[in-house]
Write a new protein. Structure first.
Ligand SMILES: [Cu+2]
Length: 117
């Protein structure tokens, strides 16, 4: 009888440990890469956007390809999302996909970083 009790308790503990492990895994999120089309114009823009993105919470890497102005961003799904990442870019004065640049910041960009008229 005693061994049945021990077995039940250990089964319960095992299940508990299992579910908390699952929960932990869920909270950790996963690393995914998204591509965002920007309005970057020069190397200065590239540098600025990449640096700021890498400093953003939940972002591991950011590489802007100047041939197509697309930035590849690797982020953790538990800590960030595409919306937040696009907002970082628009906050620097650049368009991010369909999201428009922050107008007041765009106005302060050097001439070489502005979109050609
Ligand atoms: Cu620039």
């Amino acid at each position: 009888m005693k061994s049945v009790k021990v077995m039940l308790v250990s089964t319960a503990l095992f299940l508990l440990a299992g579910t908390s492990l699952l929960a932990q895994k869920k909270n950790k999120g996963e690393w995914v890469t998204i591509e965002i089309k920007t309005s970057a114009q020069c190397e200065m823009c590239k540098e600025k956007i990449e640096t700021r993105l890498i400093d953003t919470k939940g972002v591991k890497s950011a590489v802007l390809d100047m041939t197509n102005k697309v930035v590849s961003v690797k982020y953790n799904t538990a800590k960030s999302d595409p919306e937040k990442i696009r907002k970082v870019i628009t906050g620097l004065g650049y368009d991010a996909d369909e999201m428009k640049a922050d107008e007041s910041v765009y106005k302060t960009l050097p001439g070489c970083c502005k979109k050609p008229e």
